[in-house]
Ligand binder design. Structure first.
Ligand code: PEP
Length: 234
């Protein structure tokens, strides 16, 4: 059983979400399916599909115009939240320290954080991939946690680019994350791979050791693209 999470980014509409949830409810799968949608759609209910947000504030409440707290997201019934996505790091300047604070907020409010780590192209070319991944895991996860979290390895240069690392590179990254999590007392934490996952590469990616599922951007927007990813694995 795998975890298949979609990230709609700033795309979609309520009618498109209702349609995909209806289509996804028809398929026979044991996999956990999550859709992380824009805030305006978080109130959507489904028996089969879990709903998540794409970011939260690191603050509890107060004068933070435009921000949404973990408590507000949790009050919609959403169960998950993506934290530290590449686009939040790039456009909002989120650092590992911000990600850790946001993860703390998520956990304090009963949300399961999907914490993203991964290297930029510059970091990859400088030979820093493994160091960035390990420091990301160590610095983004709050200490003393006793509830579930999910880690997503997302090579930032590959997101939305139609590019993927080699299977050996994905295996190295996921093995390092699993080893680091074990060292932190967090063995068994699911580790997703994300960046340019499609129906034609999903099964191969999810057959790699320590890949417990995928985080999917563009290909999660339409049933025709998302369902083949979900049904590619048992
Ligand atoms: C993402 O945004 O998390 C992502 C993985 O995007 P894509 O699948 O489009 O590369």
């Amino acid at each position: 059983m795998k975890i298949i999470a979609g990230n709609w980014k700033m795309n979609g509409s309520q009618s498109a979400l209702d349609k995909i949830i209806s289509d996804l409810s028809e398929i026979d799968t044991q996999n956990t399916v999550i859709l992380c949608v824009p805030y305006t759609m978080l109130n959507t209910k489904s028996d089969k599909i879990a709903i998540g947000a794409q970011d939260i504030s690191k603050h509890t409440s107060g004068a933070y115009t435009g921000e949404i707290s973990a408590q507000m997201v949790a009050s919609t019934g959403a169960k998950y939240v993506i934290i530290g996505h590449s686009e939040c790091r790039q456009y909002h300047g989120d650092t590992n320290s911000d990600v850790r604070e946001k993860a703390t907020q998520a956990l304090n409010n009963g949300l399961i954080p999907i914490i993203c780590v991964g290297e930029t192209m510059d970091e990859k070319q400088a030979g820093k991939t493994m160091a960035v991944i390990e420091s990301g895991v160590r610095e983004c996860i709050p200490s003393d946690i006793n509830t579930k979290i999910i880690i997503a390895y997302e090579p930032r240069w590959a997101i939305g680019a139609g590019l993927t690392p080699t299977s050996a590179e994905i295996a190295d990254a996921h093995n390092l994350i699993a080893k680091t999590l074990a060292d932190m007392g967090l063995s068994g934490t699911p580790i997703l791979y994300g960046a340019s996952v499609k129906g034609n590469n999903a099964a191969e990616i999810m057959s790699i050791s320590n890949v417990d599922g995928v985080l999917v951007g563009g290909a999660s927007l339409k049933s025709d693209d998302f369902i083949p990813i979900i049904t590619s694995v048992k």
